[in-house]
Design a protein around this ligand. Sequence first.
Ligand code: SD4
Length: 367
Amino acid sequence: MRWPLDDQTIFNHHSHMVTRRFILGAVGLTTPLLAAGKSADSNRTDAPKKAQTLPLVVSTWDFGVAANKAAWAVLSAGGRSVDAVEAGARIPEADLQNHTVGRAGYPDRDGHVTLDASIMDEFGNCGAVAAMEFIAHPISVARRVMDETPHVLLVGEGATQFAVEQGFVREQLLTPESRRAWEKWLKSSSGYHSVPNRENASFSGKSPQGTPVPGGPGNHDTIGMLAIDAHGNLAGACTTSGMAWKMRGRVGDSPIIGAGLYVDNDVGGATSTGVGEEVIRNAGSFLVVELMRQGRSPEEACREAVNRILKRKKERASDFQVGFLAVNKAGHIGAWAVQKGFTYAVCDASNQSALYDSQSFTAAGTL
Ligand code: SD4
């Protein structure tokens, strides 16, 4: 597939704090549409109750709106869901203002930008890369792993080598801005520790020295995307630079099939965001899909998966964020998170720009 768009110029102007303004301005949403679709600002949790019309694409966070539109271009032209999610995931990967996905991602604590991504199609084929450096579009490398190799997951130098062999350009992904943020963090850090992840919530997301910390408003997040095409086939993609300032070699949930992403074409798909370690420990996305197979709605399945994680971590529940987003075969959508603030974008023929607040245990007052 060719990518005619100039990566440097696509959607390169939405840091998290301005994203919502950008979305509203760019698509000219009016009040009635807002009432139907969002608002993160007012913490609404009026998720769509009815099945969406197909085709359909959903993705995590505010930046999912722009990503969904790229996926929609494929879906609305009758394309395959796997092509749609790859195209969609490339949008935040190319966004220089986005420091948590792809190029310009914040580095690990040693200054290396290492990227994780996975993709899964309607046949159960999957591909992933983890801790890969120097390649700007890990989702497309994951796609090549799926399509061109007998393997599922390539990591580190081997992943970069494979990407170069496949014609991807090897380049420095650490931008001057990300380097400055890392240098600032280095000055203030007192060693590595996990930090709460409560995007969009009151959590300031800044260290006392003012540098963004993982999970803060200036420092999130993974895009997880799920699509159902006009033929009713499902696919998913997930891509991230992982937790900023992570230990070198750390891999999160996003490239782990069954953790950050899982799709079963008979049932539905799920994807996750937040502290990947908690998701991996509980095989989170696989769990959500299995719960849907047993008859739970996407929202109930996401809630139960978050609950399962919390049961093991009761004493630390207010210290981390995990969120799941799921869609079932019929086009019902659901999401649930530990903390308030997780948003997800929904796109179908009737509205390409909807953004919803996820349900959460803090919003429900049950944390
Ligand atoms: C990870 N789940 O690497 C990803 C990162 C993320 O909010 O979603 N952060 O653990």
